[in-house]
Ligand binder design. Structure first.
Ligand code: PA5
Length: 444
């Protein structure tokens, strides 16, 4: 089971702080459990691993099977919470090189997560000569980036298969009743999956949003949900035995003591998009009302050769949360060399995991001695069950953290500012006054 440990924390914080914080954590816990806190209408994810829609879950598996049989590629169109979780899980469990591997499952391409014409064209070219399907994902059904990308891929599907053929290759994951995507899907007869009303985008990876692409990649989604359910049970325990309590508490205390950046670190490149998922989860949930830790990420040991210098000796802004994934699937040992020209024979026969773990321990000590507090999150391996635990753990800790800060962890009003400006500058009807104002500013 996933666990949280503090590394030499006494030198950074007066201990113990638990007793003083416990009543506030209990209050936050009760608000999550009952949905009566700020944004409580979006706490459907809290009991999702138990209460998820079993009929829809079965439909997800059926659709994934169909896609595996009739497609060589699946284009997953979505942004933010409608993208990062699926990408994180697929990269972590199937490899960042998944598309290059020999396999029985389709390649998976992620589109609509930006506005780059080159990125879009590249995926259009890659799937052009293959049988492919599209999973367009947008809770609101109105987000510009995925909507624009979907126009291209829908046209490509209809050109290749005709309107009827395309119909059986488009899967829309969206609101059950509202939004342009839902209306289009109903009008065109596409299969739809639901993002439940009470689950916000960045908490939606364990709904059809993440589960359909993840299942297409061949990941056991029953195991993923079982892992999340195990952690949900653990989080019912309103005490410091719960790892989410310990993590939320220590990061809050570090924030109160003046730290402003949390660096999530891992030692596996396959974990990179889980770090991205985590950044969105905490950044959008906490960063409001002039509050919140800035979530950043580093991939070690690669980033020890770039960001390592700043972490060791730059401004003392941050603390680190280090994810340990445990034993690798591949047990490689360093080969011996008769000439030992590189002087590495002292490592001959040593496993890569052993070397990595010593690098990790050395880094923990160096960074701590350099004035950077470290928290360790020990995951239960790189399996669907462990990742299910990991996802729920961070979601629960994020909800607790938001309530400790007295912010609404489930809205994202700040995201609207760029959208309004973009629509105005693009000449969207209804934004005429703002357009004139912005163009005048740009001309200055
Ligand atoms: O967490 C959120 O709600 C956002 O990041 C959304 O996931 C993101 O903006 C995409 O929205 P939508 O799924 O409505 O297209």
């Amino acid at each position: 089971m996933l666990d949280v440990k503090l590394f030499h924390m006494k030198s950074f914080l007066p201990m113990p702080y638990e007793a003083a914080l416990a009543p506030r954590l209990k209050r936050a816990h009760d608000m999550l459990q009952t949905g009566n806190g700020l944004g409580g209408e979006f706490t459907g994810w809290v009991h999702l691993p138990r209460d998820y829609d079993k009929a829809e879950f079965a439909r997800i598996k059926t659709a994934a099977d169909k896609i595996c049989h009739d497609s060589k590629a699946l284009v997953v169109i979505g942004i933010g919470g409608s993208y990062l979780g699926a990408r994180g899980v697929i990269d972590c469990l199937c490899s960042p090189n998944y598309n290059l591997k020999k396999k029985d499952t389709p390649n998976i391409y992620f589109a609509g997560n930006g506005l780059s014409a080159d990125a879009l064209q590249e995926i259009l070219d890659l799937v052009e000569d293959q049988d492919f399907s599209v999973n367009v994902i947008s809770k609101s059904g109105t987000t510009t980036e995925p909507a624009v990308a979907f126009r291209f891929f829908r046209a490509a599907l209809e050109k290749k298969y005709g309107k009827d053929g395309a119909r059986s290759r488009i899967y829309a994951t969206t609101d059950k009743a509202r939004g342009a995507l839902k209306s289009l899907a109903d009008a065109e007869g596409w299969e739809t999956f639901v993002v439940p009303d009470e689950v916000g985008g960045r908490f939606s990876v364990l709904t059809a949003v993440g589960l359909l692409p993840i299942a297409v990649a061949g990941v056991d989604i029953d195991e993923l949900m079982a892992g999340a359910a195990e952690m949900m049970e653990r989080c019912n325990d309103a005490s410091f035995d719960c790892p989410a309590w310990r993590y939320a508490a220590i990061r809050y205390e570090l924030y109160r003591s003046g730290r402003s950046v949390e660096l999530l670190a891992c030692y596996d490149p396959a974990f990179r998009f889980m770090l991205e998922w985590w950044k969105q989860l905490f950044g959008e949930s906490e960063g409001k009302d002039d509050k919140g830790l800035f979530p950043a990420s580093v991939e070690f040991t690669a980033d020890l050769h770039s960001m390592g210098q700043y972490i060791q000796q730059g401004r003392r802004l941050m603390f680190e949360t280090v994810v340990r994934l445990g034993a690798s699937h591949s047990q490689l040992t360093v080969p011996a060399d008769a000439h030992d020209g590189d002087g590495l024979n002292f490592l001959a026969g040593t496993s890569m995991d052993f070397i990595r773990d010593r690098a990790m321990e050395g880094t923990l000590l160096a960074h701590t001695e350099g004035g950077v507090p470290n928290i360790i999150v020990e995951a239960d391996g790189k399996t669907p069950r462990a990742l299910g635990q990991f996802i729920y753990f961070f979601e629960y800790a994020c909800g607790l953290s938001g309530y400790l800060l007295d912010v609404n962890p489930f809205d994202q009003p700040g995201v609207e500012a760029y959208k309004k400006n973009m629509f105005a500058l693009l000449g969207k009807p209804g934004y005429e006054d703002r357009r004139a104002e912005l163009e005048a500013k740009l001309a200055q």
